[in-house]
Design a protein around this ligand. Sequence first.
Ligand code: MTE
Ligand code: MOS
Length: 774
Amino acid sequence: MKTENLKHDSAIKHVTGQSVYVNDLAFSGQLVGRVVYSKVASARIKSIDCAKALLVDGVSSILTYKDIPGKNQLGPVIHDEPCLAQDEVTFIGQAIVLIAAENLEAAFKAEKLIQIEFEELESILTLQDAIAKNNLLAPPRCIECGNVEEALQSAPHCISGELETGAQEHWYLETQSALAVPCEGKEMLVHASSQNPAETQAIVAEVLGVSKNEIEVEVRRMGGGFGGKETQGNHVAAWAALLANATRRPVGIQLFRDDDQIITGKRHRFLSKYSIGFDHSGKILAYSVELNSDAGAATDLSRAILERAMLHAENSYFIPNVKIVGKAYKTNLPSNTAFRGFGGPQGMAVIETAIDRIARFLKKDAAEIRKLNFYGTKTRNITPYGETVRNSRLDVMYEKLLVSANYVQRINAVAEFNKQNEFAKRGIALTPIKFGISFTTAFLNQAGALVHIYNDGTVAVNHGGTEMGQGLNTKIHGIASSEFGISPEFIKISSTNTSKVPNSSATAASSGSDLNGMAVKNAIDKLKSRLAEVAANELNVKLAVNSIQSNQIVFVGNEVLSTLFPNIKIAFAELVKLAYLKQVSLSATGFYKTPGIFFDRETGKGNPFLYYAYGMAVSEVQIDTLTGETKLLRTDILHDVGDSLNEEIDIGQIEGGFIQGVGWVTTEEIKWDKSGNQLTHSPDTYKIPTVNDIPAVFNVELLKGYPNEGTIRKSKAVGEPPLMLAFSVWLAIKDAVSAVGNHEFEPQFSLPATAEVVLLSIEEIRKKVLGVGG
Ligand code: MTE
Ligand code: MOS
């Protein structure tokens, strides 16, 4: 049976303003919290003087690190991130002082009166500088198979190069926010905008110096997270909780957009170096890559992100000899963090560049080279880390997409257009993705649920996942409805709350519905087996038989019946009432852990993923060769979500993820000045895609007829993978620039390909053309 296809919350609630976010909540006596942060990138703190600020009318409390009752620590994995700066600051945006006041005006006034004396120190602000100084965050890591040095030596051709990929700002519409409410004794309730309520709970408990059972964290929804609230939603929650604890009054913090962009970490920028060996046909024989990431000032999730980058370094391609080295460097910038794709995009960008270069070198179509190197289904299917790629969909998707996107004809049309036009050039590219699903930290692959049936026949479903716009709760709603065989209107998905489901993992790694869907199903299965027993008894009595067993009972269409006598039914609500009267428990917990997942970091081998999600895109762009402006004309996407849990939501995720990726590869550029000040901390200088950037022809299709065995309702995760389909746009731009020189000179490209990058690249090519011609 198909899973109930429900409308996303946003369909009605968001657009009518009914959806509740942290900042919509109000408690009596609530204060506003403000974070005072460092304006210098690296310095020793000589003194902090808050005396004058404390005298400001309306100021309730001002806190420094000295006022933290518990540990001065926010580090989620490694404890290297102070909650409030103590003796030194290591980046612009680092929190130093917290203010609670009756209103923002008073808080601003107080902030101006706080005096902090710094002794500035030398800072590291670029990845190049960090590499030169060998300022490593952790020892380098390596994943290796075959003998890469030998294979590179003996390969008929070898290309080497460097690629820079840029940072990216999350730009969730709801900035970081939290509301902490002190309750009885040491208890604290925190309404958080967090992808990871259990970790928010842990960190709040730690800074307050209380145990976890005193802290309740509730997340109704986020106005977007995109990875930016996987760890860094904890920060505002900890700050609000410290202020609420000090004042004994509720304290809300919602960062202003500029502050949010200055304070929080981004997608890691990378500087990667590669060599790729191949034969005359374009078959890849060896690939050596060094991935260098800018971790920022603290560890945060940088190690896991680097690991995922390494595990996606070969993307969809089988390569017999591979060496992947990963290094994360510390710089004096905010600690970089999770961002949709979690390092995957940075790893894949390098191999996609390398393959594009192979094609240009051999003067062949890049799509053909890609196809030639795809993972096979029976042979050529072992990854560099030793996991077997089962059920590759790459070949079948390639065949289908080539036809639906009319690829071959369009290549010719593009060439024809370029012949006719001097100041406008077009380019086209096809790129695939293969994305590993599961947390690479194996123990995180677990989830819990708590399902109640009330004696009026209605159901409340709780699970440990969080809703950030990706439609997880709508998918879970559909799953619960299908599994219970009752209409969705009888079911509610409650807010995520640490008191209901404990020790949950972050909603991340695209595995929200995989993990929580299974946990919810597990709870529902328990309840159904209890109800089935009551139903079997009741039907036996009704029909005066004793042949009906509980395992023959089915739940369908709001009714419960035996397959032996399908005409005699009990209404679900009636059965629930009966069970209640018979003193049967109508509440159950559910649990799920992903089977067979392991990864040995020392050897770089294992089975880190339960399965892979696949996608493929063809994009066509047009550039203005006088301005460098790019227009995305058309994109065709074919994506593999197994049996979809909710087609509209999946298509929405594919469209949204892809466009977010288009932003990363085109216009979203973060710049800093020489002192480490971000120059792009608001929408007037940081350009995310708008409705204008969506291609006029945008065909998104789901791969039909390929169920994914062993997951909830045979579905596949969808949240992150489509972002990486944007490489098709970036490489189409490169193709268009290449056309300026009639494909005789290869453009060199960094990512993002902003108008500036495109124009400079065109100028380079023009010089070469003139050089040859003259
Ligand atoms: N979609 C929306 N609308 N908003 C978001 O914040 N986050 C993405 C993706 N899709 C996000 C989103 C990221 S980074 C992840 S990991 C997944 O959703 C998380 O949710 P899932 O595991 O339920 O897919
Ligand atoms: Mo997503 S980057 O795993 O939160």
